[in-house]
Each structure stands twice: as C-alpha cells, then as structure tokens.
Design a protein around this ligand. Structure first.
Ligand code: ZN
Length: 303
C-alpha cells in the first residue's frame, strides 16, 4: 500500500478518501510537518497511511487549499520532445538521448495557483511530474522505480518568446517565470496505481481539450530518465522531473494563453489541477517572437 501526500497550509498531509490528515499529528511527531521531510521517508509514510483510523481526519479535501506537494525542490529537470507527436508538431527529430533542461525552483506553484503571463506568447504543457524519494547516484534502470517517492500532475508553462529569443534557442528561462511550474494536487506513490507507466493525461483550456495523451507513449520512460540523470548528478529527495508533454501545445496551433484562461490538467489516478491565467506586466521580449520560428511551426502543422 502506498500514500497520497499533500501540502495543506505548508504542512505535510495525507489524503485519504475525501479527507486529509496532518502527518505530524497522526504520526505523533515521528514524521515532521515539512512536506520535503515527509517525502524523504516514503516507507514511513506508507506505514502511516496503512494505519490510518477513521477518526484521525484533520479536514475535508473539498475545504482545503493545497500548496505544491514539493514546495522547495533542490533540482527541477524538464525533458524536451519526449512524445513522438509533440516532436512531430514542432517539426523536430526525435532525440537519441534525453533532451534535458532545468526549471528554477522559484517557478514551482500550487495546483490551483494563478499563472502570471508576461507576454502574448505563453503556452501550456501538461506533464507527468516525478519526485525522487530515495536519493541515489548511478541508478540502474531496473532499480529506478525504487527511488521514486511519488508522481503528480504538472504544467511546464512556457513563454515561447523567451524560449526562442536567441539562436540557438534555450529552454531554461522561458520555462522558469514565477508560477510557471504548478504541481499537485497530491504526490501519489507508484504502488497506489494499477500501472504507473500508462496514465492518461489531458489538458483543457476553458473546457476545450487541447492535449490528450498517455504516459505509455513517453520516448524515454521514467526509469530511463532517472538512470540517465543519476549518472550525471546525485538525485535527492524532492528533486523533480517534468517528463515532457504530449502533442497539442498551443504554439503549434497559433493558440496562446490569455488573461482569464483556465487551464485544467488531469492525469488518471493522480488528480486534477485548475490554474487561472493572469496577464501582468511585460518582460523585455514580450512583444516579439521570431518570425522564422512561427513559420516553421506553421509549416510543420499545416503542410
Ligand atoms: Zn515541457
């Protein structure tokens, strides 16, 4: 049996059915209130979840405001072009090795946080996010699932103007604006899921389905990504991997996010995030996007 970890008012909580319980209280202080500390003890969390009694509930999930289940990750990785249909819609070749970039942890936000747009060229990317539970280095592919603390829904929100402001393009800054990494609502341990390798993932904008994929279609699957990264840098509890987005991103259709848009992101078994967009002040490249790049997107999708 596994667990569903949540962050309620900054405190580590277990989601059980329609209610949640405060982990420090329920464990009589043996697990602290810091969500990062709780994630680093996945076996203790699973034992606690298995021993929960009906009268231990702290509150109803419907009444709770969730923060990001990993509020201060040490490292945040993203994976580019990890679904064939997304690579195709960008006119890109499928990479031979994982295309890794980083997001700054200051981009991490809660599952219902507003997303602050600073240009007319911001885009959604619904993604499965994996959180490390047990640290490791040089992790074998066959051993990688043992290092996963949990998985959650995420959005790798992307400002395409900043992403493409330079040639060659670079991903890190355009995907690292404050609020560009909402995650949640729960961090679900893999053993809570029938098949953690095949989860349906959808992104809706204002109720219209834009992305509808399955994590079974990842080009580099979760064990491969963990093994690859761990041969470069030691992975620590709470490190996050945004595993890539399926086809249907806005830029491929000429559809960018606007003030008031509501993004609904769902992964079967992991839950739903709902994020409203707010258009705030411009960044320095806000009004331009390289024309050649737009043409390349159009050619790849309309020819
Ligand atoms: Zn992405």
């Amino acid at each position: 049996m596994g667990f569903r970890l949540a962050n309620v008012d900054g405190r580590a909580s277990l989601a059980v059915g329609d209610h949640y319980l405060d982990i420090e209280t329920a464990s009589f202080g043996s697990i602290g209130s810091d969500p990062a500390e709780a994630l680093a003890a996945p076996h203790a969390l699973a034992r606690l979840a298995a021993s929960v009694l009906p009268d231990m509930q702290t509150g109803l999930i419907a009444d709770a405001v969730f923060g990001p289940p990993v509020p201060r990750p040490g490292q945040v990785f993203g994976v580019g072009l990890n679904y064939r249909n997304h690579a195709a819609e960008g006119g890109m070749e499928v990479p031979d090795v994982p295309l890794i970039f980083t997001k700054f942890r200051s981009s991490i936000a809660g599952p219902n946080a507003d997303i602050e747009l600073r240009s007319e060229y911001c885009d959604y990317e619904g993604e499965l996010v994996v959180a490390i539970g047990i640290s490791g280095r040089d992790i074998a592919v066959a051993d990688a699932w043992n290092h996963v603390g949990g998985m959650c829904v995420g959005q790798d929100v992307s400002d395409r103007a900043v992403q493409m402001a330079t040639s060659p393009p670079q991903f890190n800054l355009g995907k690292s604006f404050d609020t560009f990494g909402p995650i949640g609502p729960f961090l679900v341990s893999p053993d809570e899921l029938d098949d953690p390798s095949a989860l349906r993932i959808t992104t809706q904008v204002n109720g219209e389905i834009r992305q509808d994929g399955s994590t079974a279609d990842l080009i580099f699957d979760i064990p491969t990504l963990i093994s690859y990264l761990s041969h470069i840098t030691t992975l620590h509890p709470g490190d996050l991997i945004f595993t890539g987005t399926p086809g249907g991103v806005g830029v491929a259709q000429g559809l960018f996010l606007a003030d008031g848009d509501v993004i609904t992101t769902t992964i079967d078994g992991l839950g739903t995030m709902t994020n409203r967009c707010r258009r705030i002040t411009d960044h320095p490249n806000a009004s331009t996007i390289p024309e050649g790049w737009r043409a390349a997107w159009k050619a790849s999708t309309h020819d």
